[in-house]
Design a protein around this ligand. Structure first.
Ligand SMILES: Nc1ncnc2c1ncn2[C@@H]1O[C@H](COP(=O)(O)OP(=O)(O)O)[C@@H](O)[C@H]1O
Ligand SMILES: [Mg+2]
Length: 256
């Protein structure tokens, strides 16, 4: 089966940095998957996600989308970003238009959709993310959670095959979190794939069908949550043993 997104043996060192941020990271996402990406700070999660839609270019390795090797020419990047939507860890890095409406419509207008078609997509995405009332607001005058919802609406308006969110749920209230999880469920039911990078282990345990663990710039474990969080060898190899022992009660209490 062709993977929707494949990042194969990626190596990346930030300019001037003594150590590589990615050190042979490999991740393959199939259609209809619910994936949670975990790993300690600095393990390379954000750097990997920045490779998923061509924002960073690997110094070694290759990214494939729907079976096609990706290239970094402007035209290919545009098509790539239509298929793979990324919500950044810091929404300030993502929003660049003056108003919320302009920001959400930037992508659809860039796809060459008619103004009416773009308008419909923006209205639908804004509604889903609960930002309809914010459409005329300047993007700089939003709270962190509002910015994340606007960034998500901008990505949903592109109707991507794969949606990756980098710690995007962290600054949302519990109601909005539930709403976003419902949106993600809806996408998955349509055969799309959602990956969330998060430190929220209960979410990984209860929502994900698959948990991917990064350490030191590579994927060190990958499997169903019941395996990742219970298999002693996996726990030890990932350094998750202490974390899970400490969080155990909390994790188990919401396990169904
Ligand atoms: N813009 C940057 N410039 C230089 N080094 C960076 C930059 N962003 C991240 N790094 C380094 O790359 C490594 C991986 O970081 P990151 O991908 O942000 O990890 P995570 O998201 O898992 O916390 C870390 O050592 C981090 O310090
Ligand atoms: Mg990060």
């Amino acid at each position: 089966m062709t993977a929707l997104l494949e990042m194969d043996d990626l190596h990346y060192r930030y300019p001037g940095s003594p150590a590589p941020a990615l050190n042979g990271a490999t991740l393959r996402l199939e259609a209809g998957e619910k994936v949670v990406l975990i790993g300690r700070n600095g393990s390379g999660k954000s750097t990997l996600l920045l490779h998923s839609n061509g924002i960073l270019r690997p110094q070694r390795g290759q990214v494939w989308v729907a079976g096609q090797p990706m290239s970094y020419q402007q035209r290919s990047l545009r098509e790539w970003r239509r298929q793979v939507g990324l919500i950044f860890q810091h929404p300030d890095d993502q929003l660049f238009s003056a108003s919320v409406a302009q920001d959400i419509s930037f992508g659809p207008l860039n796809l060459g959709l008619s103004e009416e078609a773009a308008r419909q997509r923006v209205a639908k995405a804004a509604e889903q993310c609960g930002v309809t009332d914010l459409l005329e607001r300047p993007t700089h005058a939003l709270s962190g959670g509002e910015k994340t919802r606007v960034a998500l609406a901008g990505v949903l308006a592109m109707e991507p095959l794969v949606l990756l969110a980098d710690e995007a749920l962290a600054n949302l209230d519990p109601w909005m979190r539930l709403q976003l999880i419902a949106i993600f469920e809806h996408l998955v039911a349509q055969g799309k794939t959602v990956l969330l990078a998060t430190h929220d282990l209960p979410l990984a345990r209860t929502w994900a069908g698959r948990v991917v663990v990064m350490d030191d710039g590579r994927v060190v474990a990958d499997g169903p949550p019941q395996h990742i969080f219970t298999d002693p060898a996996t726990l030890e190899r990932t350094g998750l043993d202490c974390v899970v022992a400490q969080a155990g009660n909390r994790i188990d209490s919401i396990d169904r």
